[in-house]
Write a new protein. Structure first.
Length: 67
């Protein structure tokens, strides 16, 4: 391999490595975003479940008082 060919190959390798690093970084950000969205969705579901249970309990109390 000549010096010029070697330098060109090294430059291409650095460029590929940089692109790979950027893609890796983007994927890491997407994974964190997906995790945050999943946690947010679980929180909303839990809140809805808690609200539903509270409404059910209030209904049961009203029913028991009426009878």
């Amino acid at each position: 391999m000549t010096g010029r060919t070697h330098r060109r190959a090294a430059a291409e390798l650095r460029q590929r490595s940089c692109k790979t690093g950027i893609i890796y970084g983007i994927n890491q950000i997407r994974q964190k975003q997906n995790t945050a969205e999943a946690e947010h969705n679980r929180s909303i579901i839990q809140q809805k479940q808690n609200t539903t249970e509270a409404e059910y309990n209030r209904s049961e109390i009203r029913h028991n008082i009426a009878h």
